[in-house]
Design a protein around this ligand. Structure first.
Ligand SMILES: NC(=O)c1ccc[n+]([C@@H]2O[C@H](COP(=O)([O-])OP(=O)(O)OC[C@H]3O[C@@H](n4cnc5c(N)ncnc54)[C@H](OP(=O)(O)O)[C@@H]3O)[C@@H](O)[C@H]2O)c1
Length: 234
């Protein structure tokens, strides 16, 4: 049902952030519904431990993998934590909050691309997808607020687009994209999931994301798409 039949048999799928709400659902769906030889879940609570703020831990986790890596989904990210809540106005901006958001939402995923993209096979379908957020869209920002999260996701989108250009030169069938999962019932959204919002269970979000990923074409590399597969304005 998730449509990965066109991927070569025996490939490896990796979910970074498999300990999270969306990441955990992606791992279970990939394990039960698709034909990947193995689905590896990496997180900072697993072994080997992968912490986005430590390039050494990313390198070691990537080195521990063997085989034909066909799919990498980065399901990490942070909106609140370490004493930070999204800013409602300019007066709440702090360098520490901005730096924290960029470290987790942009620098960490950039390091994942640095270490994973060179391992994607030169021939045949392969995907690196990172979970961004619609609020990272500059063109779609009509209500303001959430400075650090928005800016760090916008930076992530630029990093994905730039890395996709480089990846295409070596592996023309491989795809590198940023995806918006929709509003999903997880720890990340809990403080903000107001009634009236379309908040979807992680399992539904995972199915939607996998359907979008499985249908991606090489020409779509470098793009920013929502869980229905529709392109989002930069
Ligand atoms: N939920 C939504 O409504 C929504 C909407 C738009 C976009 N998104 C995006 O979707 C993605 C997944 O979010 P979610 O809702 O599943 O959130 P979540 O349940 O809070 O999961 C976040 C994941 O990121 C990991 N993470 C955070 N900091 C890390 C670090 N320094 N090193 C390694 N891993 C780290 C967490 O690991 P630990 O378990 O170790 O903390 C966890 O696996 C995020 O990129 C988020 O921005 C979510």
């Amino acid at each position: 049902m998730t449509g990965f039949a066109h991927f070569p048999a025996g490939g490896l799928a990796v979910v970074v952030g498999g300990s999270g709400g969306v990441g955990g659902a992606l791992v279970s769906r990939l394990r039960s519904e698709t034909g990947f030889r193995e689905v590896v879940s990496l997180s900072r609570s697993g072994a080997p431990k992968l912490d986005l703020t430590s390039e050494e831990s990313i390198e070691a986790a990537v080195r521990s993998l063997s085989g034909d890596i066909r799919l990498v989904i980065d399901a990490t990210g942070a909106l609140h934590g370490d004493g930070f809540m999204p800013e409602k106005s300019l007066k709440e901006i702090s360098g520490a909050h901005l730096a924290w958001s960029f470290a987790v939402n942009a620098v960490g995923p950039a390091l994942l691309m640095k270490h994973f993209l060179p391992l994607l096979p030169k021939v045949g379908p392969a995907v690196f997808a990172t979970l961004s957020a619609r609020v990272g869209s500059i063109g779609d920002n009509n209500i303001g607020g959430w400075y650090s999260y928005r800016a760090s996701k916008a930076a992530l989108n630029q990093l994905v687009h730039t890395a996709a250009i480089e990846l295409r030169r070596r592996a023309p069938e491989a795809v590198c994209v940023a995806l918006h999962p929709g509003t999903v019932a997880t720890n990340l959204s809990r403080p903000f999931a107001k009634t009236g919002l379309d908040v979807r269970p992680p399992e539904v979000a995972a199915d939607d994301l996998l359907a979008v990923i499985a249908a991606l074409k090489p020409a779509q590399t470098g793009g920013f798409f929502d869980y229905r597969g529709d392109a989002i304005a930069w």
